[in-house]
Design a protein. Sequence first.
Length: 105
Amino acid sequence: AGDGIPNLLKYAQGLDPMTACDSSDVFRVVSNRPDRIVITFRRSKTAQNVSLYPVWAESLTDPAWTAGGFELSLLSENSTQEVWEAGFPVSVGSGYIRLNAAVGE
């Protein structure tokens, strides 16, 4: 759709790959405190053979994005989607978070 959001990520979230989206369609920042980053995101219940999980790094150029250490909570669900909250403690006072979609994980 020319929006820079990978189709696999859209599929894992139940979004239409042909509809342009922005980052607020993928996840929303709930809290960006000096000690913690918290986001909410949707996960499709119908997507098959794909996993969706948050990753974190201290800088955007850091090659080692970390999937561990998140506190995940299911906030709500309906027949097609779940809404999740992911929190990550940031000891250095800043960091970046994104969602990763992967086939077969």
